[in-house]
Design a protein around this ligand. Structure first.
Ligand code: CP3
Length: 345
């Protein structure tokens, strides 16, 4: 099968399809009983990510069950700080915990270059998955955008508004710039290795892009992501790049015009009619069903799927959620979603 016969890659390349390709952010995870079962066999979440047998199985589970058009590597955006020497752990029920970077000495304690050896299980996972995927299924690799990863590295945990990183960037702009630059370089080396191992598309998750004022958004989100996209494209012109600047609605048109990505991810808050006119007129889009409407199901789900399909049909798009699937999502609702998306019209 030629690569271009994969629906997902065709949409990324700008082809409008009668039925859009479909995958779900965080499609591997706790809403699947088969995931919970294998998750219980690993000590910590990072151990799970670094065990190729388990990570391969987690990547494939949603493909087997739902036949999505793309598989996403099972890993996490925080493996990059981990491979830069920062201590990272995941506490059950509390999310990620990192040794926070508060001073220049903390920054200097990071490795200058990412330890690819530490991430070798991730590349082995990619190699295994690539041999096991159905021929029609595309394979997505990913990393976090520098701003989003830095926000965890500075705070040491998730925060509602990224206040610690925003304050740090205002108070110590030169040091913060060095951190962003370190992450650009490290993430590029990581993406390059993922691509060499076999992923066909990469998504850059900027989950916290939406909290910044315009100048800060341009400096800490858009510029580093544009730099990364340019480098990926230079070394791997055939690889498609999806940028997902979550909740950065007022900058989406500009991102679509200038960040260099092939596809722009839309979060749930974006009006689909507006996005069709102002984002999809420049680039293919991906999104943006509310993860909560998938929990609710029924007529509310059917209505929102219809609205998204109607707004984006006739031009290239990829059907997805506007953020990750929630652990309480019923499997039957995902099955219903697959039917709704794949029914013409
Ligand atoms: O299926 C997939 O999409 C691939 C795997 C994937 C995970 N995390 C697995 C995971 C991907 C693409 C991510 C990205 C990620 N990780 C982001 C960006 C996307 C987003 O959701 O905004 C962020 C911000 C993280 C950091 C992170 N990882 C947090 C905040 C948490 C805790 C919150 C939570 O959902 O539990 C994680 C843990 C995590 N990453 C889990 C999974 C399946 C759950 C932990 C577990 O199963 O024990």
């Amino acid at each position: 099968m030629r690569l271009s016969e994969k629906l997902f890659l065709r949409a990324c390349s700008g082809e409008a399809l009668d039925v859009p390709p479909l995958w779900l952010m965080r499609q591997a995870g706790r809403y699947l009983p088969e995931y919970r079962e294998i998750r219980a066999t690993a000590r910590g979440f990072l151990d799970f990510c670094y065990t190729p047998k388990l990570a391969t199985e987690a990547t494939l589970q949603p493909i087997r069950r739902f036949g999505f058009d793309a598989a996403i590597l099972f890993s996490d955006i925080l493996v990059v700080p981990d491979a830069l020497g920062q201590r990272v752990s995941f506490v059950e029920g509390e999310g990620p915990k990192l040794e926070p970077i508060a001073t220049e000495a903390d920054f200097d304690a990071l490795l200058e270059h990412i330890d690819l050896e530490k991430l070798s299980p991730v590349f082995e996972t990619i190699d295994r998955v690539k041999g096991l995927l159905p021929r029609e299924t595309a394979f997505i690799g990913f990393c976090g955008a520098p701003w989003t990863v830095a926000s965890y590295m500075i705070a040491g945990h998730g925060t509602p508004d990224q206040a610690p990183a925003r304050l740090f960037a205002y108070r110590h702009p030169e040091l913060f710039q060095r951190l962003i630059d370190r992450l650009v370089e490290a993430s590029l080396v990581y993406l390059d290795a993922q691509i060499k191992a076999g992923v066909e598309v990469v998504q850059i998750f900027d989950s916290w892009a939406g909290v910044l004022p315009r100048d800060e958004f341009l400096h800490w989100c858009k510029e580093p992501v544009a730099r990364m996209v340019a480098a990926v494209k230079k070394n791997h012109p055939h690889v498609k790049v999806i940028a997902f600047p979550r909740q950065a609605t007022s900058h989406l048109t500009e991102m679509a015009q200038t960040c260099g990505a092939d596809v722009i991810g839309l979060d749930t808050s974006v009006d689909v009619e507006w996005a069709a006119q102002n984002v999809q007129n420049h680039l293919p889009v991906q999104g943006n069903l509310d993860p909560l409407v998938l929990v609710a199901g029924g007529e509310a789900l059917a209505k929102q799927v219809r609205q998204i399909k109607q707004a984006f049909s006739g031009k290239p798009y990829i059907f997805n959620l506007g953020h990750g699937i929630l652990p309480q999502t019923p499997i039957a609702h995902v099955e219903e979603l697959v039917k709704l998306v794949r029914t013409k019209g």
